[in-house]
Design a protein around this ligand. Structure first.
Ligand SMILES: Nc1nc2c(ncn2[C@@H]2O[C@H](COP(=O)(O)OP(=O)(O)OP(=O)(O)O)[C@@H](O)[C@H]2O)c(=O)[nH]1
Ligand SMILES: [Mg+2]
Length: 646
């Protein structure tokens, strides 16, 4: 049996979860039809999702369509959770983009269609909610053609839209489809010109080919609530979409979600079995490949009873300790489009309401961060835990998760932007062991720091003889370097630099690894002071499409937020604007855009180049006892001696 992994995507509230539930019910995968409003759907299984009636995490459910297994991936529509959609995109064979017959094409619809086309994912369109007051018929498809800039072939039609009795009826689609398809097919065009009409079966084949190539989008009207049109959609899934061909030899796959510690793995090629040992790959912070090894203790194939996961399927893989979303199976840099996670640009300090829960709260947050590369934590001054975030809704969701899953009442502090530091020039420092009385540390450490190109991470080198000091002292030095760069001269992480050990020494038998761990931060921060660092902030490269009459209001707001506009061009009554916006302001701007553009503006963003902070430079409180103030640092160390290994 072959498997089709199908994403259901749309703007918030379009009816993705309702449609998913309807398909599951119609094809016997669930016995009773769940409803979003009653909090009883299969895919909105989280308590918070059920309580709020919104989807927060992507979820997979499966049904049989003849000899095809369809894995539906229901995704969230709220822009705060776009990262969940992005993860799902990487594993799809095809997609259904849901429009609401009432609201039509929304800004988020455009963002999604654009991603689907960029990734060449064959996509059907489902125009939902035909039974709702205000629903339109073919006008919605005309809007889709105009606003999404795509070719659409309608395969059914709607009677009495906007009434509870709205029905879908067959449509003589062949004539209209022939014309649309001929736009992309010279052979077909020639036949039409010659009057040699192709048969409906032939046209259907062409439609399938062009759908697979992403050139046209078959569209269906319907209602997830009444079930109208969903049968025709299911036929479309079976006849117009195909599983992705297996292209690579060997075993390759991608972990695209973690559910309570269990990895959801989409296998692109090969086979995975129970008890098998797996090696997963993940790029480390230094860009080097990191391997995560584990043994499959249990395996559930989504939608199947087999205990063997074959190419094309999705499985719940148990036993992979430390696995994270985005981890790849198979050769490093293996198949499948690499997810483009924008780093979170906001930070909030979390504290337990009951101070006695501090350790538990930190452990809970660290556990969540271990599963999810989008959650990052560190200890904060005064016993809190600082969490990196995307936006305010994500913060609420996290607070709720802590309460529900861990029984922890947590308070989130103000949401603040995250900055980092870049080294501006080369600098160095050597602190040598005084052979007669020692310094405060029985160690000699000399370090040079140099700026590296953007994206190069931390590079650590040694320009000393390998045997100059025992390996344990080398390791202690390297570990201390990696820890020290987390707090630069202004307390922010220092990124993209090379640290070279230029001197090292010890005195036997007095010196210990703790001496190297203690001294290295002092030397490195002094070298950084010698070099100089600049506090920078992450930016998003944004692209906007706005109606011409709203352009000046949009540009005015961008200027007010300190964005740099890098280009603008007019096309068919709307303007495309590109620019660079500090990431901390993206949320504010995204929220303002509908008001500025009467709901017509669309925005795409991706991580862009960072830029130095303008105006006063923010400092972040230090947690390392401040090695830049030697006496203070010594007091800090003696208060917590011996210096613990990280
Ligand atoms: N009348 C009508 N209401 C619908 C239809 N489909 C969904 N709804 C309602 O629309 C609301 C949103 O439905 P959901 O299925 O949660 O939408 P969603 O796209 O999954 O929402 P998010 O996951 O939060 O983005 C619910 O109140 C549904 O009952 C439909 O075909 N007709
Ligand atoms: Mg939903």
């Amino acid at each position: 049996m072959s498997t089709l992994n199908l994403g259901i995507l749309a703007h918030v509230d379009a009816g993705k979860t309702s449609l998913t539930e309807r398909l599951l019910f119609a094809h016997g995968a669930v016995e009773t039809l769940g409803s979003v409003d009653a909090g009883s759907t299969t895919t909105d299984s989280g308590e918070l999702e059920r309580a709020r009636g919104i989807t927060i995490r992507s979820a997979v459910a499966s049904f049989r369509l003849g000899d095809l297994r369809v894995n539906l991936i229901d995704t969230p529509g709220h822009p705060d959770f776009i990262a969940e959609v992005e993860r799902a995109l990487a594993v799809l064979d095809g997609a259904v983009l849901v429009l609401s017959a009432v609201e039509g094409v929304q800004a988020q619809t455009r963002v999604l269609m654009r991603s689907l086309r960029r990734l060449a994912i064959p996509t059907l369109i489902f125009v939902n909610k035909i039974d709702r007051m205000g629903a339109r018929g073919d006008a919605v498809l005309a809007e889709a053609r105009a606003k999404l800039g795509v070719d659409v072939v309608a395969l059914n039609a709607v009677r009495d839209p906007g009434t509870p009795g709205a029905r879908t009826v067959p449509r003589d689609w062949a004539a209209a489809a022939a014309e649309t398809l001929a736009d992309h097919d010279d052979d077909l065009l020639a036949r039409l010109v010659d009057g040699a009409e192709p048969t409906p079966a032939e046209l259907h084949d062409r439609l399938r080919e062009q759908t697979a190539a992403g050139r046209v989008h078959p569209a269906f009207f319907g209602s997830a609530t009444t079930g109208e049109g969903t049968g025709r959609l299911a036929d479309g899934l079976a006849t117009l979409l195909r599983p992705r061909p297996v292209t690579t030899a060997g075993t390759s796959g991608l972990v695209f979600a973690i559910e309570r510690g269990v990895a959801l793995l989409r296998l692109f090629s090969g086979v995975v079995r129970e008890r098998q040992r797996l090696v997963l790959h993940r790029p480390g912070p230094d860009g080097r490949d990191r391997q995560i090894r584990g043994r499959v203790t249990a395996l559930e194939v989504v939608g199947g009873a087999a205990t063997e996961l074959t190419a094309g399927s999705i499985g719940r893989v148990h036993g992979l300790t430390g696995v994270r979303v985005g981890d790849r199976l198979g050769p490093a840099g293996g198949s499948g489009p690499a997810p483009q996670f924008a780093p979170p640009s906001l930070e909030s300090v979390v504290r337990p309401r009951d101070p006695a829960q501090q350790v538990r709260l930190h452990a809970a947050l660290t556990g969540l961060a271990d599963e999810d590369p989008l959650i990052r934590t560190r200890a904060a001054p005064g016993g809190g835990t600082s969490v990196l975030l995307y936006g305010a809704v994500q913060r609420e969701v996290l607070a709720d998760r802590l309460a529900r899953d861990f029984g922890l009442a947590a308070e989130f502090g103000e949401v603040r932007p995250v900055y980092f530091e870049r080294v501006t020039a080369a600098g160095q420092c050597v602190i040598a062991l005084d052979p007669r009385r020692g310094n405060d540390f029985w160690a000699t450490v000399g370090l040079r720091v140099e700026p590296g190109p953007p994206g190069s991470g931390l590079r650590y080198r040694r320009e000393v003889q390998p045997g100059a000091v025992p390996p344990a002292f080398h390791r202690a030095t390297e570990e201390a370097v990696r820890r020290t760069v987390e707090q630069g001269l202004h307390g922010w992480e220092v990124i993209d630099c090379t640290v070279t050990v230029i001197r090292t020494g010890y005195r036997a038998p007095i010196s210990s690894a703790a001496d190297f761990r203690g001294l290295t931060p002092v030397v490195l921060l002094r070298a950084l002071r010698d070099a100089g660092t600049r506090v920078c902030e992450p930016c998003q490269a944004v692209e906007l499409e706005v109606p011409a009459e709203t352009l000046s209001a949009v540009l005015g707001r961008l200027a007010g937020l300190g964005a740099e506009v890098t280009g603008s061009a007019e096309r068919a009554g709307s303007w495309t604007v590109t620019g660079l916006l500090p990431a901390r302001l993206l949320h504010e701007f995204t929220a303002a855009l509908p008001g500025l553009t009467h709901g017509e503006g669309a925005l795409w963003s991706r991580p862009g180049p960072d830029r130095p902070v303008r105006g006063s430079v923010p400092d972040r409180p230090r947690l390392d006892g401040n090695p830049l103030h030697y006496e203070e640092y010594l007091r800090f160390l003696s208060s917590r001696l011996p210096v613990p290994a990280p």
